[in-house]
Design a protein around this ligand. Sequence first.
Ligand SMILES: [Zn+2]
Length: 486
Amino acid sequence: MSMVRSISLFNTLARKVEPVAGASDQIRIYTCGPTVYNFAHIGNLRTFLFQDLMKRTLRAAGRNVRHCMNITDVEDKIIRDSQKDLPADATNEQRHGAMSTLTVRYTQAFLEDLETLRIQRPDVMPRATDHIPHMIRLVKDLEAKGLAYAREGSVYYRIAAFPDYGALAHLDKEGMRQGASEGASGDADEYERDAASDFVLWKAVKDGEPWWDSPWGPGRPGWHIECSAMGIEHLGEHVDIHTGGVDLIFPHHENEIAQSEGCLGHRWVDAWVHGEFLMVEGEKMSKSLGNFFTLRDLIEKGVDPIAFRFAMQSNHYRKLYNFSFEGLKAAENALKRIRAFRRRMEDEGAPAGQGEWKEALDPRQRLAQAREEYWAAMGDDLNTPEALAALFTLISDLNAHDDRVALGREERDEVLAFLDETDSIFAAWPKETGSLDAQVEALIEARKAAKTAKDWPEADRLRHAIQALGIVLEDRKDGSVGWRRA
Ligand SMILES: [Zn+2]
């Protein structure tokens, strides 16, 4: 039904926009998933929203997508936060238990965020702790090939043995050394490495840490090896698109290439596609500046999560996004305009205008033009600002037309079909049916019952579910709860 012919994306490795390979009948996408020790912040969520946009556009083009997103559930920060209340003599079992309690909780919160933002669930979401044997196998393989070496219970990647190292980040050797020593693992204990840029694959256990058995003694995987092992296990030896935020290009993705290609002996990923950062009011988001937001923070401030989704997706994914509450308001207003237009097109007894209009345009022709422009823009490196410009021009033109000469039912239905098409990507102006009212009423009733039962997590969950439908709740003075569409 859609008119997407081909989709091109900016490939960081090639440094240019390239058509998504068409050879395989399935597009295999790997995404570096969340490190689950806290709620995802809105910068992380921007990255996952761009990936959702990409996936939905590929699917609209008729491509068969298989998407794997890992859950990083063992990592430095997770260990720091989960172990701090344990006694020094805690057993390894207790340490693993504490780590799992923390990561299960925030994995659940992450899945809720995906649902609230209407981000399609990946087809597979492997957890790092379920793949320790795969990681050990990979490290052993690299060791056998001379690409890795063990030192006092840890194992490091020998960058000098992999000549292509640095190809993705396009860094000179000097930049690489600096980057690696700053970002590779943040592990100050790595005095044993042969070269400063060599990064850790397996870390020997330290006091107060959970560990697994390995051929090199007790320890745990480094972060980079997690993605290589899970990517190869769940998508195979060839990945069409690997995505993440720009902050992951170096060293994380560079290291993934060194590990995976070093082991496989051939190219692993065709296209590396990266989403830009989000700033808050012109500054880098940080807890110390007080400009650090999670999705839950926004919802508490009365933001419609779908307006946040739309604000992120209506800006190009490769442009820095400067987040502000004013900007969110603008996104909300733009959404209102599209939703109002949809209701107008759904309306049966539309009030006709004067019945004549000298400049009358051909609505079908305008619609065809908008559809053409919309899909051409989406296919061109997901150019959402241009795609939406085509939609808004159509809305202006057809509103003007309808004011003067009412569109016929058939024409309205054709416009509605196009709105469905565009909503298959943006998921922000779905068809509103009578059943929505019943659905909202049922959720409000369930929430009331949960509150009476003092089941606060459930009441909270239901509140999020209601908001995810684009509904704003209004607590009335008499204690009852009203609602309206956002
Ligand atoms: Zn990764």
